[in-house]
Design a protein around this ligand. Structure first.
Ligand SMILES: Cc1cc2nc3c(=O)[nH]c(=O)nc-3n(C[C@H](O)[C@H](O)[C@H](O)COP(=O)(O)OP(=O)(O)OC[C@H]3O[C@@H](n4cnc5c(N)ncnc54)[C@H](O)[C@@H]3O)c2cc1C
Length: 497
């Protein structure tokens, strides 16, 4: 009997990890992606001698990647060199002061004391609470699929004990008094599309995750991790087909039976896994009459994460005093987040994340040069912004901000440049409303309330990636692949009817 077949739509981290897991379970796997290279949000742009990772740059929880190498009988360290960052990153406030966020407890206490020594005891209590959130959210619930209501009911007592309905910012404010330190300990969910004022306090687990496993840079860039996963798949004989947009998932008798490509080609499969945005997958790839749960109405009534404006640029000089990772906070915090998440308003002020990989890895830029990207969180396309018209003006504004702060004279040194707007998240990555991180991670859109790893509507259809449980971020999507694979039987146990 030939092994059952699986089609994975999408070669993002979630899709590649799923393909490895399914291949290890004995399925014959084919990965399809609409783009001309794997990686999805972790696509790599190479231009004019510079290497720009399009998306993820902060690698945490490397053991989740190592696990995939081990599954394939390989050693992660033979293929990938990870460099631990110290400090993890710098948070720069609008008045020019900064906080170096470190994995070293002594350094952290020194940094806190520079702002407000009276907050040191509160910090210790915050750490204890974050550790508790880590045990619950990461160790206990992160890898579990929430396909059944009983999965939710089993988790409820722990959630109640933790008062999971409380927002992360409220939790931080209980322990920390200094307004700047409150930002330092609450901004993390923004890295995965969450508003610190509305995500559950369970997200304080990110703090523990980083302290426990470190913050790393993959030498060669995040693209080296993608290439590493692709190599594992190639060694297992898994076909990765690029330039292959899937426009329909075939459903017969409420079972997924394969996919249809944009050019009309039909591919059969025993199971289909979508690593595409869940809202897009349901809304655009599955006929409405096949969907009783994820109806267009339900999809449209959900809240979506913010989007991102990203400007990648290379300079013909180096800026040695700029660290690898820097968060540059604007004059407003809560109000800016309200405008972005609730009012869907593109504002004149912003907070930025400035990435300078050549600080750690000179090979990503020609000798004597720096590669950068700067990212501004912005509302998703519900804002009505015409990005084709606005993009260049917005980029210039960000350039002026950088010139007047950390990169004086920048304009004279730019030798290469490209941008990505919310419209690209929509048109290129097929993300509903151009959201960068899928549905917003609020409590009632998490765990059982998030699109299930095993489709609520279609048997043999599985969902993986940022818009499913547990959520966005490289660790999140790797865990979603594990949760998804655990809902799928071993190939030898699949009966062909
Ligand atoms: C700018 C940016 C910075 C980030 N920084 C970090 C960071 O530092 N650390 C971190 O952990 N996370 C970070 N993230 C989040 C992280 O990158 C994502 O959550 C994660 O990479 C998403 O992976 P995924 O597998 O869900 O999907 P994606 O990477 O989105 O991949 C989905 C793939 O599916 C393909 N696809 C979709 N629909 C179809 C279709 N119908 N047919 C064929 N192919 C299809 C797409 O082309 C894409 O390649 C960042 C994200 C962005 C955008």
């Amino acid at each position: 009997m030939p092994a059952p077949t699986a089609i994975v739509i999408g070669a993002g981290f979630g899709g590649l990890a799923s393909a490895i897991r399914l291949s290890c379970k004995g399925y014959r796997v084919q990965v399809l992606d609409k783009l001309d290279a794997p990686g999805g949000r972790a696509y790599v742009h190479r231009q004019d001698g510079f290497t720009f990772d399009a998306g993820p740059t902060i690698i945490t929880a490397p053991h989740l990647l190592e696990e995939l190498w081990t599954l394939c009988g390989r050693k992660f360290a033979d293929d990938i060199t990870l460099k631990r960052m110290e400090p993890f990153y710098r948070l720069r406030f609008d008045d020019g002061s900064w906080f170096d966020y470190s994995g070293d407890e002594e350094t952290m206490r020194r940094e806190i004391a520079r702002f407000n020594p009276a907050d040191l005891p509160g910090y210790e209590r915050f750490i204890e609470a974050a550790d508790q959130a880590y045990r619950l959210g990461f160790e206990e619930l992160g890898h579990k699929s929430f396909n059944r209501i009983t999965d939710l009911l089993a988790a409820l007592p722990s959630m109640v004990r933790m008062q999971a309905w409380e927002s992360l910012y409220s939790m931080v404010a209980k322990y920390i008094r200094d307004p700047k330190l409150r930002i330092v300990f609450s901004f993390h969910p923004l890295l995965i599309g969450g508003n610190p004022f509305s995500v559950t306090r369970v997200y304080s687990l990110i703090n523990t995750l980083e302290r426990r496993w470190g913050v790393h840079w993959a030498m060669g860039g995040t693209g080296a991790l993608v290439q590493g996963l692709v190599k594992l798949l190639e060694e297992r004989g898994v076909d990765i087909r690029l330039n292959a947009p899937v426009t329909r998932i075939r459903v017969e008798g409420r079972r997924a039976t394969g996919v249809v490509l944009q050019d009309g080609e039909v591919l059969d499969a025993d199971i289909v896994v979508s690593n595409g945005d869940a809202a897009w997958t349901y809304r655009n790839l599955i006929d409405p009459h096949e969907r009783t749960h994820w109806t267009d109405r339900r999809i449209d009534s959900r809240k979506y994460s913010m989007s991102l404006f990203v400007w990648y640029f290379g300079t013909n000089r180096r800026w040695e005093d700029v660290p690898h990772h820097m968060i540059m906070l604007g004059p407003r915090y809560k109000e800016l987040l309200d405008d972005m998440f609730r009012k869907l308003k593109l504002t004149d002020d912003y907070s930025l994340y400035l990435h300078r990989p050549s600080a750690t890895d000179p090979d990503v830029a020609p000798p004597g040069c720096d590669a950068f990207y700067v990212l501004a969180p912005v509302p998703h396309l519900g804002s009505g912004t015409d990005w084709q018209r606005e993009a260049e003006g917005y980029r210039q504004k960000i350039q002026r901000t950088l010139e007047s702060t950390v990169l004086p004279g920048l304009g004279e040194h730019i030798v290469t440049s490209r941008i990505m707007t919310p419209q690209d998240f929509h048109d290129r990555l097929w993300s509903h409303r151009g959201a960068a991180f899928g549905m917003e991670p609020v409590l009632l859109q998490s765990a059982w309330f998030r699109p299930h790893n095993h489709s609520e509507d279609v048997r043999n259809l599985y969902m993986v990636g940022a818009s499913t449980h547990p959520g966005a971020g490289v660790p999140g999507v790797l865990m979603s692949a594990r949760a998804m694979a655990e809902s799928i039987p071993e190939a030898r146990d699949v009966r062909h009817d």
